[in-house]
Design a binder for this molecule. Structure first.
Ligand SMILES: *[C@@H]1O[C@H](CO)[C@@H](O)[C@H](O)[C@H]1NC(C)=O
Ligand SMILES: *[C@@H]1O[C@H](CO)[C@@H](O)[C@H](O)[C@H]1NC(C)=O
Ligand SMILES: *[C@@H]1O[C@H](CO)[C@@H](O)[C@H](O)[C@H]1NC(C)=O
Ligand SMILES: *[C@@H]1O[C@H](CO)[C@@H](O)[C@H](O)[C@H]1NC(C)=O
Length: 491
């Protein structure tokens, strides 16, 4: 369940920005009484909808002032692999998936075999970024429901990746799995192949809600799946949950969070439902209106998750991600660091050599794309990207994390003046507690200290080392805060 999107209209800069969006990730909410220029709380999520029709967006040529190869241009050490098959489409899903239907026997479904063969051809035909490519450190099988794919085909993909790039023996190899699609035998084969991390798509602990979402499993299958993971000793697994579902009450959400804690996953991902136009939910419901929760209630769901999971010892290391100490998802962290990654398969996105590229979302177009890649006639376009776009990407991605933006290295790459302007534009938000400034030992700078720094640029550059959004209020206001920064970068 992973997708990157590349363009959004910024109402402050009055132009389209190339940005990255995570689908099903946190929906921005405007819940503060703080005066603001921004009138579109769902800025990125709504605007990007109209732009997904043309996913072939390519970026190239990002440069920084540094003469060394900047990190985003180094050869990727991460690969996302899209395995699009599902039993049926969930009512909130607009991902590039292929619904097999309930009668299909995935073990010998020719649609899966053909797709995986094409996927392997794509991997083989991918131009190498450098010779030799460093071995992959992370591989992420997303979907769709990757656990529906027969393990021998997963093995084929891994073998292809190994012979093409190499896969480090320490690599994190994650797979999204849905309750009801695997048993102990299948899990054992997958772990023997090297899969060492599972993202379990639970979404909710109420049968009525699961049914209303069109999920192919119930709560009974959720418990069975958890038992299978535990009895096989899978240490690294994530519970994926969705908040703001239709008819979801605070009591239900609290129950889901409690049951999540009881299951003791080492990682939890919490996504706020985004209602996409071309889905069943998009036809049935309007965001913010019954039976969907109001924006205030969605914000309350977000706060409740943050409070309960943090109190139970999880680190809230990214807007939608929580983990026990040391169990961060390394693959996803490459995104937040703006590091490069390969993408393989239907609709998947890659970021290689400063170029973002989205593969076709329709199977036939994807097949043609792979053929063209093999024939060496792939035109990757030449939408050039400048330092401004790069600065926006780095800023937006860093502000999603608890670490925040490293102002020293941001200043080195994009200029200290920019850092000073950012600090200044955020002054009211430092005062309101939405933004936290930290020194190089990560002690927070008080609003009073900050006021005194405002008159002394040199001191400011020296003292302020990190800028982060507060949890939960800053995270809840992330899109507004990020678009203010875009305004500064763009001016
Ligand atoms: C990584 O991100 C994807 C998409 O947001 C998510 O589905 C997945 O759960 C994440 N991986 C983890 C936390 O295991
Ligand atoms: C792109 O890179 C080429 C050389 O690598 C350089 O001449 C050109 O100015 C760059 N364009 C931009 C927009 O950075
Ligand atoms: C990476 O991009 C640069 C231009 O920015 C180009 O000169 C170089 O050939 C590219 N490398 C590969 C392997 O595509
Ligand atoms: C689980 O993840 C941690 C952190 O990435 C890693 O150190 C550990 O080896 C992993 N455990 C297994 C069994 O793969």
């Amino acid at each position: 369940m992973f997708e990157l999107k590349f363009r959004a209209y910024c109402e402050i800069c009055k132009r389209y920005l190339i940005v990255i969006m995570l689908k099903l990730s946190f929906t921005p909410l405007l819940i503060t009484t703080f005066p603001t220029k921004t009138k579109s709380p769902r800025l990125f999520s709504t605007i990007t909808n109209t732009l997904t029709q043309n996913p072939q967006t390519v970026r190239q040529n990002a440069t920084t002032k540094s003469t060394n190869t900047p990190p985003h241009k180094l050869p990727p050490k991460s690969a996302y692999v899209h395995l699009p098959f599902c039993r049926k489409r969930c009512h909130y899903c607009d991902f590039p998936i292929i619904a097999l239907g309930s009668s299909s026997a995935p073990d010998n479904d020719p649609r899966i075999v053909n797709y995986v063969q094409t996927l392997c051809r794509e991997i083989k035909a991918t131009p190498e970024n450098s010779n030799p490519n460093p071995p992959l450190e992370t591989v992420f099988f997303g979907g769709g429901t990757p656990s529906l794919v027969p393990p021998k085909l997963v093995s084929l993909v891994l073998e292809t990746l190994r012979s093409k790039f190499g896969v480090s023996s320490e690599a994190e190899i994650s797979m999204e799995m849905d309750p009801g699609t695997f048993d102990g035998g299948k899990l054992k084969v997958l772990t023997d192949l090297g899969v060492n991390r599972v993202s379990l798509g639970v979404q909710a602990f109420q049968d009525d809600l699961l049914k209303a979402c069109g999920r192919a499993h119930g709560v009974k299958e959720v418990y069975e799946a958890i038992d299978i993971l535990k009895s096989w000793g899978v240490e690294n697994w994530s519970m994926d949950l969705i908040s703001s579902l239709p008819h979801q009450t605070p009591q239900m959400w609290e129950e889901s969070l409690k049951l999540t804690l009881q299951a003791q996953p080492t990682h939890v991902s919490v996504y706020d439902l985004q209602v996409e136009k071309d889905t069943k939910f998009g036809v049935l419901y309007n965001p913010g209106e019954f039976p969907l929760p109001s924006e205030d209630l969605s914000a309350e769901f977000y706060r409740m998750a943050s409070r309960m999971l943090t109190n139970a010892g999880y680190n809230h290391y990214e807007i939608s991600s929580y983990c026990k100490s040391g169990y961060m998802c390394k693959h996803n962290f490459t995104y937040w660091k703006n590091n490069p990654f390969y993408g393989f398969g239907l609709g998947s996105a890659s970021y290689v050599n400063g170029t973002r590229f989205s593969r076709p979302r329709k199977l036939k177009d994807f097949m043609n794309y792979v053929q063209n890649l093999e024939d060496g006639v792939m035109n990757c376009g030449d939408d050039s990207v400048d330092a401004k776009d790069l600065a926006m990407d780095v800023l937006m991605l860093s502000l999603r994390t608890a670490r925040g933006l490293d102002l020293k290295s941001f200043g080195e790459a994009f200029g200290c003046d920019l850092v000073l302007s950012l600090c200044k534009v955020y002054q009211p938000y430092v005062a309101s507690g939405h933004i936290v400034l930290l020194d190089d030992r990560r002690r927070s700078i008080t609003a009073d200290e900050f006021s005194s720094l405002l008159s002394d640029d040199d001191k400011m550059s020296e003292v302020v080392a990190f800028l982060r959004l507060s949890d939960p209020d800053g995270f809840l206001l992330s899109n507004e805060l990020i678009s203010h920064a875009f305004g500064v970068i763009d001016s």
